[in-house]
Design a protein around this ligand. Structure first.
Ligand SMILES: Cc1cc2nc3c(=O)[nH]c(=O)nc-3n(C[C@H](O)[C@H](O)[C@H](O)COP(=O)(O)OP(=O)(O)OC[C@H]3O[C@@H](n4cnc5c(N)ncnc54)[C@H](O)[C@@H]3O)c2cc1C
Length: 431
């Protein structure tokens, strides 16, 4: 079977590698570099900066006067990208990779660099692009891609948008010494997260000196002067750099989806639960579908589509996608929030424990944070929300249990090693 994939990000290239392993004849067309947004201008470069920002915070706590230079970290970030890109090249050894922009000619044919390509099945994985606000001066702001290209730390930074991307940059640049202000339109940062968790993170980031304005509507930007409205009063804040981080929109532009008869809206390409579009045999996965815009979501959507193409069943739970925010402290979440439980009229109780009561966290000088588990009357674990050191690693124990429909009683019987951060989860289970 011939499989044609458009887009070399985690949705596209990981599916291509797996399809080739299964013996399909795979062609991957990608306009941007392999690894897509995730590797080249998203997850990996931001996490490289996060790592060094964390080192700075740890050194500060330990009273060590040792700060990596931002320019050196920028070079290291590029090396990390190139190293990992080389790895993807190797993984794709059994895939025909074409560099260029693909465009549908009809529902069976795609054109790239003047050449026609077809497949028995086609997967669209063209990702997303930064969104912006329709306000004067918006074009003068940095995008998340552009801020990653800076080689010097701005004295002051204003971040428009208190979502995941905005907060990660706010946290990074604060550690490197910028005066940072975050503008969020909603009543809380991280609008779709557990409210308790979001409030605790706001407190913690504020304590680090990040100025966070919520219910702030940015109306104009002029030469670094950001004007915003709050409760009908108008305010301004001046910054050397302004980052627009108000979300991402599906990248459907230039694909010519109309000629192939593929339905899409501003929210993305329309797909069913197999990630098949309105045209049988053409699938769309990842950010371009406008769903949960995370790299691992894209990868597993691609795998699910591939399984369907190969006639294989799977039981991937797309309602259980863990998410992490690499601020300092980290935040991680899986399953239902307390608010979602209320909306669904589910009777639940919350179990909490705190980093400050955990021996390993205290010895690591990381006493800030908490774990909150959401448990149904039946004992089923429905959600987990963590803030604190290594939250992004700790979340997966609970994700595994929820995936396997595990209960509180079962988890309580599980021994955790001492002294480890995982005992924070254990403490919540017994609270
Ligand atoms: C700053 C930032 C930080 C992030 N951090 C995280 C994180 O920590 N964890 C996480 O899970 N997610 C993170 N994300 C989100 C993650 O990067 C995306 O969810 C993920 O990359 C989506 O994968 P994808 O395969 O759908 O698309 P993409 O990775 O965007 O890849 C799409 C590819 O398609 C190519 N393409 C587009 N149009 C065409 C065309 N017409 N023809 C050929 N090729 C085309 C593009 O060049 C690109 O290479 C972050 C994103 C940003 C911006």
């Amino acid at each position: 079977m011939k499989l044609l994939i458009i887009g070399g990000g985690p949705g596209g290239y990981e599916t291509a590698v797996e399809a080739a392993k299964r013996g399909l004849e795979v062609t991957l067309i990608t306009e941007g570099p392999l690894g897509g947004t995730c590797l080249n201008e998203g997850c990996i470069p931001t996490k490289t900066f996060c790592h060094y920002a964390e080192l700075i915070e740890q050194n500060n706590k330990a009273g060590l006067d040792c700060k990596p230079s931002f320019a050196a970290v920028a070079v290291r970030k590029q090396n990390v990208i190139e190293q990992l890109r080389g790895g993807i090249d190797m993984l794709l050894k059994n895939v025909q990779v074409i560099r260029g922009k693909a465009q549908f000619k009809d529902s069976k044919t795609v054109v790239c660099n003047g050449q026609e390509y077809s497949g028995d099945k086609i997967i669209i994985a063209t990702g997303s692009v930064s969104a912006s606000l329709p306000i004067p001066g918006a074009e003068s702001c940095l995008t998340s891609k552009e801020i990653l290209e800076l080689t010097e730390v701005p004295e002051s930074l204003c971040v428009i948008g208190g979502g995941v991307i905005g907060l990660e940059f706010a946290s990074i640049f604060r550690s490197f010494g910028s005066e940072v202000t975050v503008m969020e339109f909603c009543p809380n940062i991280l609008p779709r997260f557990d409210v308790d968790l979001a409030k605790r993170l706001k407190q913690s980031l504020s304590k680090r000196g990040i100025n966070i304005e919520v219910q702030a509507q940015v109306t104009a930007i002029d030469g670094g002067m950001v004007t915003y409205k709050k409760k009908d009063e108008e305010y301004t804040v001046q910054a050397d750099k302004v980052l627009m981080a108000v979300g991402r929109r599906p990248n459907t532009g230039g694909l010519n989806l109309e000629v192939a008869g593929i339905d899409y809206t501003r929210k993305g390409v329309t797909v069913n639960d197999r990630f098949e579009t309105s045209v049988p045999g053409i699938f769309a996965v990842g950010d371009v579908t406008g769903g949960i815009m995370l790299a691992h979501a894209a990868t597993y959507q691609g795998l699910h589509a591939l399984n369907h193409i190969c006639g294989q069943q799977d039981s991937i739970r797309f309602d259980l996608i863990p998410a992490a925010v690499f601020t300092m402290p980290e935040v991680a979440t899986v399953g239902l929030t307390e608010e979602q439980c209320k909306e669904q009229e589910l009777q639940v109780h919350c179990l909490k424990s705190f980093y400050r009561a955990n021996g390993k966290a205290v010895s690591m000088d990381e006493p800030e944070g908490y774990c909150k588990l959401i448990v149904a009357e039946s004992g089923a674990i429905l959600g987990a929300h963590l803030m604190g050191a290594h939250a992004s690693d700790l979340i997966h124990e609970i994700a595994a249990v929820i995936n396997m429909k595990g209960t509180l009683g079962q988890m309580q019987n599980m021994i955790h090693a001492h002294p480890t951060l995982s005992e924070i989860v254990q403490s919540a289970l017994h609270n």
